[in-house]
Write a protein that binds this ligand. Sequence first.
Ligand SMILES: C[S@@+](CC[C@H](N)C(=O)[O-])C[C@H]1O[C@@H](n2cnc3c(N)ncnc32)[C@H](O)[C@@H]1O
Length: 356
Amino acid sequence: MTLRYIGSKTRLVDGLARFIGQYSGRGRFVDAFCGMGSVAAQAAQLGWPVLLNDHLSYAAIMSSARLTARNQASFAELGGYTSAIDRLNGLDGRRGFIWSEYSPASLAHSRAGVERRYFTEANAAHIDSCRSQIFDWSKSGLLNPSEERVLLADLLSAANRVANIAGTYGCFLSRWTSQSQGTLALRPRDLIEEGMPVDISVGDVINVDIAPDDTVYLDPPYTKRQYASYYHLLETIVHGDAPVVEGVAGLRPWQHLASDFCYKRKALGALVDLIQGIGARRILLSYSNEGHVDLAQLTDRLVDVGDVKVEPLASIGRYRPNQKASDNASEVSEYLVVIEPKAVASMTKKSATARK
Ligand SMILES: C[S@@+](CC[C@H](N)C(=O)[O-])C[C@H]1O[C@@H](n2cnc3c(N)ncnc32)[C@H](O)[C@@H]1O
């Protein structure tokens, strides 16, 4: 399967492009909750230099890989990109952490003694060998940081294609799907022709380094689903560590990454505090009527921040597990809240006057 990322804006990027606009030479496009990077990729296509941020490393890695240009990742030390991928695909499996915790080998080898069926033993062992090979290449200077991120993203994509899950890593399926019985295989991606400057940060949105000229895009979680637990296995593959994992699902410790935006009682306050603290000339906030923040309450709380406009983007059908859910479900409406903070507008006007 390919990953169905919760809250992905892939289907909305065309609608968003109108508000992002062609790059005018001012500031960067900051995708502060970048997820899989679909919106950052659209901004880069419109000519924007980009800053990617997410508090989960796998998200920053997946997003940056799609913004990597050929000349940044030539894999010269490994005989080219295809040769690097072939070498990874040709590795023998290694009985490492993914094998011992997330394949049926976990019954005998994990602390919990639970049989976890995220991957077949062969695929899990191959993920382990790829992960350690990428790490070794990187340590010995055979990969630059962009190349390392591309290979890690390719490994994550390959793992997603053979994962025995129903869309997220929140749990594994008890019966093996036909895709999960396939063989793990990395595929080289189409690297982009010409890259825009891309900065990457991994951390809480509150700490993102924003400049007054930037345009900041905010796409926070809007339901109770915590990404750190739903996608825990991607984070473990990227880190290549061996944390103490818990429960039937084998979650790595994630509570320190619990997002305030996922709690109904905290989300509105967290969003308002975040927006009030952003010193940028334009803030674009994705909003869904399926989330737990009320739009009227949000716009009321933002009146003092500056000029606020709510732009309808689209009504989209959401994934439904069965016909009954489909019949009962209402449409999901997506909006873009466009905020032009007053304080920054007057600050940039003043500095423009001073320059004259
Ligand atoms: C709705 S998704 C973004 C989807 C993205 N726009 C896309 O199209 O793929 C929200 C993202 O916010 C991240 N996140 C949640 N809380 C965060 C926080 N406090 N700081 C930074 N990132 C956070 C999650 O890890 C997740 O990747």
